[in-house]
Design a protein around this ligand. Structure first.
Ligand SMILES: [Fe+2]
Length: 282
């Protein structure tokens, strides 16, 4: 008999749900089916009141797929796929503070990201998400036809933030690595991808990582990339997760973007991250 009594509550009109009444350490297949269904239905699930050790987090991540390696932060001792995201009270810049889907500059970017809150500021430090399926579906037929054949060149260079070196120097509380290699991480993926389990089409493009359409110059591509981002992040396509220690949020990188709000200067925020389920976008 299942020990969990799961409640799934939507948190916005387009995407996002909060899940209570589950202990992810003691999850049978029936519980997992409910959690996974909520993930498919809502794209972002904030699972409250967890007590997860690093190994527990790896076990939950394995439900979504194989772990992915993140190239720019050192993993935890004994858990190379897990890493700590820390912003100290003295720091001004945060990690993940711009709209993006995770590591789209790799050949097989992750299906899901798991982010677990250990220490949260008294106020602020929420994360915004946007629904790339709803954004796609609301496009005109003409725009859908224009985007259909396009591929995006995705880069880790973060040129819009003054380069990854500048960005890394500013996120001082973290165990940064691989900075010198950042410009060599580049991958080409479709601008509209189709998600296996749901058959939904989603825009897969961000101003942060997508530097051009394949076969076009950055200057030619930028107006459309900028427009797609402005469109996808319209308020009605977003939701907002407010963290508490013990919240594990899992989001679908194939169908969402996220943006960590940097509004808690002078306070500490400590999270732990894992990406799971390498995918071949198509
Ligand atoms: Fe991210």
């Amino acid at each position: 008999m299942a020990s969990n009594s799961i409640t799934v509550t939507p948190i916005a009109g387009s995407l996002g749900a909060e899940i209570t009444g589950v202990d992810l350490r003691r999850m049978d297949n029936h519980d997992w089916a409910q959690v996974h269904q909520a993930f498919l239905d809502y794209k972002v699930i904030a699972i409250r009141d967890q007590e997860l050790s690093p190994q527990d987090m790896m076990d939950v991540g394995a439900r979504f797929g194989e772990p992915n390696h993140y190239p720019f932060v050192k993993g935890m001792d004994g858990f190379p796929f897990l890493f700590e995201i820390v912003k100290e009270p003295s720091e001004k810049r945060n990690f993940g503070g711009d709209w993006h889907s995770d590591t789209t500059y790799t050949k097989t970017p992750p299906l899901a990201t798991l982010l677990y809150a250990l220490e949260t500021p008294e106020r602020g430090g929420d994360t915004l998400y946007c629904d790339m399926v709803a954004a796609y579906e609301s496009l005109s037929d003409g725009m859908k036809e224009m985007l259909a054949p396009l591929k995006g060149v995705n880069s880790a260079a973060l040129k819009h933030l003054g380069g990854r070196k500048t960005h890394h120097a500013a996120v001082g509380g973290m165990k940064i690595t691989g900075t010198e290699d950042a410009d060599s991480y580049e991958a080409v993926h479709p601008i509209v991808r189709t998600v296996d389990e749901t058959g939904q089409k989603a825009i897969y493009c961000s101003r942060g990582h997508t530097i051009a359409f394949e076969g076009m110059t950055p200057e030619e591509s930028k107006p459309v990339i900028d427009w797609l981002q402005a469109h996808a992040t319209r308020p009605e396509f977003t939701c907002r997760v407010q963290w508490k220690p013990g919240t594990l949020t899992v989001w679908d990188n194939r169908r969402t973007m996220h943006n960590a709000i940097n509004d808690y200067h002078g306070m500490r925020r400590h999270m732990r991250r894992l990406t799971s389920g390498p995918t071949n976008p198509a």
